[in-house]
Design a protein around this ligand. Structure first.
Ligand SMILES: Nc1nc2c(c(=O)[nH]1)N(C=O)[C@@H](CNc1ccc(C(=O)N[C@@H](CCC(=O)O)C(=O)O)cc1)CN2
Ligand SMILES: Nc1ncnc2c1ncn2[C@@H]1O[C@H](COP(=O)(O)OP(=O)(O)OP(=O)(O)O)[C@@H](O)[C@H]1O
Length: 181
């Protein structure tokens, strides 16, 4: 399967999936139990796009725990991270992803001990496939923190092609399990 075929298969699976809310609840529960989450004081995360797993509950919980939340904004071919607090507004970009506004405080991904990396499909060794922009493949090159992806178990695939620039995540958290890659 090439990348386009993988993206199409995952879209089909997620569109057909049942019990989404319950699976999201289980994924969130598994994240909150990770020592990596509990120890992080600053977490980089995205707002869900299309049929990705929702993340708002994790953001709320992070605030409750006193953590700083960073959210990326796509600018050209890179992402700039901004702090996002409970009072801050978000606005949808051209693709429909919620992003910080111009008034948000600028930050750097390097500040986050934990980065939640979005993706469409995952292999059990941590390799991932995104929407095709290569944004995380580039942003993660110098990143030394812990890379965690949350995904529905439907997003795990036994194999797909990876390229030299692909960067695997350290942990994949699904509704069924926590995979240490
Ligand atoms: N929630 C979330 N936020 C995120 C990402 C993500 O994967 N998920 N990104 C992670 O990188 C960045 C945005 N990347 C994106 C890249 C492409 C498309 C997109 O709509 N692509 C078109 C196809 C374009 C083409 O093939 O030319 C599409 O899917 O229809 C959307 C987001 C930053 N924020
Ligand atoms: N380190 C890098 N430096 C420059 N370009 C890169 C780098 N990594 C990836 N790219 C470019 O990004 C493009 C998209 O890569 P790919 O299809 O793997 O994206 P993706 O993993 O699906 O997206 P994302 O990382 O945004 O979730 C590739 O064509 C590649 O040329």
């Amino acid at each position: 399967m090439n990348k386009q075929e993988v993206r199409r298969l995952i879209k089909e699976r997620l569109d057909m999936m049942e019990n989404r809310a319950e699976k999201e609840r289980l994924i969130h529960e598994h994240v909150l139990l990770l020592p990596e989450w509990q120890q992080a004081t600053c977490v980089a995360i995205t707002l869900a796009f299309r049929n990705e797993c929702d993340t708002r509950m994790l953001i709320e919980q992070a605030w409750q725990e006193g953590k700083t939340i960073l959210i990326p904004k796509v600018v050209g071919d890179e992402m700039i991270f901004y702090e996002h607090g409970p009072e801050d507004q978000l606005q949808a970009n051209q693709m429909g992803i919620s992003e910080p506004t111009a008034s948000a405080r600028r930050a750097s991904l390097a500040q986050a001990e934990l980065c939640l990396v979005p993706g469409r499909a995952y292999r059990r060794d941590g390799y991932r496939l995104g929407w095709g922009g290569g944004y995380y493949d580039r942003a993660l090159v110098p990143y030394a923190g812990c890379k965690v992806s949350i995904a529905f178990s439907e997003q795990l695939l036994s194999d797909f092609e990876v390229e030299a620039f692909d960067i695997p995540v350290d942990l994949i958290v699904t509704d069924l399990e926590v995979i240490r890659c």
